[in-house]
Design a protein around this ligand. Structure first.
Ligand SMILES: Cc1ncc(COP(=O)(O)O)c(C=O)c1O
Length: 408
């Protein structure tokens, strides 16, 4: 039996295995709480994603979004010909390089580029920077000119949602006119990409068609009356936002690709574009889990059942927006249909992991909880508190190693 339809977590004869190792073996090596990282699962997710993207768009490119999780064992597992990296800081860039991503396969993205980011130009040739601000295009041009180099540039556009404010808007005519002038006058940058990221945990494939339309409109607005401004074939980068594989099934991913194809072919030749994607959660989310201890069971004033865990929002940020799944390690094949709420270890009423989530009927203090889907945005976005941070147990090819969890 698979837990949460994840082939890396299986139950046979009442015993739980993670990445082919029994949970008892692992708990004999390291005491909870600890993260579990399964590089094989991340590779499998990479291969599923990239092959579905290639089926629909031969020549398309995928860049893993490093801010999702930058644990070196994960980065090393997925670096390779089929996947580049999208980084938002010089530190992420160095980690991606150390894991084996080559500079030509790295997109330098993000809304905050400081001197350390522009310094990358000095040390690497032909980088691709995705900029969200016009003045950064000028700074990039100046950095390139100082070092006698050039950089390819992408422009990030905002997804049309009322509260969105980051990135350019193709509907802002004065901003588009000004951007066009800047791009024409900056001789050390080569415009090659338009990018739009539709959000997080996107459930509707059509959102990617909307993002694609934003970029086709942006290209038209920037090139209007000016001939072509972008290198051909132009890169169309539709970002990440895919849910964990339990929800983003192959059928869902194919529906996304079909929606994009329809959006392009309505008025354009798809052969003129190279599609790019930046999945983060889809690759890392279900390749990471947490093993925690159930310390104490209690009721709130409304009579609802709660359990206190030895991890908290210092370990798994609520900001991660992940679909956590909770399983009893000692009773993995018991029915998990009874609601419970989990209180984290940080002393605040706000430290809650899922209210009324499904768990076994008997929540027994001293037993353990397996949290699935903890691989994305847990460490990179986590907050600190005065408790030690759990280590990471890497289970790869049947081999089990304990590493410190890399914190930002
Ligand atoms: C520009 C961009 N690309 C990619 C991602 C990765 O998103 P996800 O992990 O939801 O795939 C993000 C996440 O916020 C992002 O902002």
């Amino acid at each position: 039996m698979r837990l949460a339809n994840n082939p890396a977590f299986t139950v046979t004869g009442g015993k739980l295995s993670m990445g082919g190792r029994s949970v008892e073996d692992v708990m004999a090596m390291v005491k909870p709480p600890f993260f579990v990282l399964l590089p094989d699962r991340a590779r499998e997710n990479r291969d599923t994603f990239t092959s579905i993207a290639q089926e629909s768009f031969p020549g398309s490119r995928c860049y893993y979004s490093v801010k999702t999780s930058m644990q070196p064992a994960l980065l090393r597992a997925i670096a390779g010909a089929s996947m580049g990296a999208q980084v938002v800081s010089a530190r992420e860039f160095e980690l991606a390089r150390a894991a084996g991503f080559s500079p030509q396969d790295i997109i330098v993205d993000g809304i905050y580029h400081d001197a350390t980011t522009f310094d990358l130009v000095a040390r690497h040739d032909d980088l691709l920077f995705v900029e969200s601000w016009e003045r950064n295009v000028r700074f990039l041009d100046a950095a390139c000119s100082q070092h006698g180099k050039s950089a390819r540039v992408g422009l990030r556009f905002r997804f049309p949602r009322k509260e969105n404010r980051l990135g350019f808007s193709p509907r802002d005519r004065p901003a588009m006119d000004s951007l066009r002038e800047t791009l024409s006058s900056c001789k050390n940058v080569e415009p090659c990409m338009l990018a739009c990221h539709p959000g997080s945990q996107v459930q509707d494939p059509k959102a990617y068609a909307v993002a694609c339309q934003v970029l086709l409109d942006a290209q038209e607005a920037l090139e209007r009356g000016n001939g072509s401004l972008f290198q051909e074939p132009m890169l169309i980068d539709l970002g990440g936002g895919f849910p964990e594989p339990e929800m983003a099934t192959p059928a869902f991913l194919r529906a996304v690709m079909a929606a994009i194809r329809d959006a392009i072919s309505a008025n354009h030749d798809p052969g003129r574009y190279i599609l790019c994607f930046e999945p983060g959660r889809y690759i890392a989310g279900d390749a990471g889990a947490l093993v925690a201890s159930l310390l104490h069971v209690f009721n709130d004033d409304g009579g609802n059942r709660w359990a206190l865990l030895d991890i908290g929002m210092d370990v798994l940020t609520r900001f991660a927006n992940s679909h956590y799944r909770f399983f009893s390690i000692e009773h993995p094949d018991a029915s998990h249909g009874t609601p419970i709420s989990f209180q984290g270890r940080v002393p605040t009423e706000q430290d809650v992991f899922g209210k009324g989530v499904h768990f076994v009927k008997e929540a027994i203090p001293g037993e353990h909880v397996l949290l699935l889907n903890c691989g994305a945005y847990s460490t990179t976005f986590s907050m600190r508190f005065s408790f030690p941070h759990p280590p990471t147990v890497v289970i790869d090819g049947g081999c089990c190693t304990v590493e410190p969890t890399l914190l930002p």
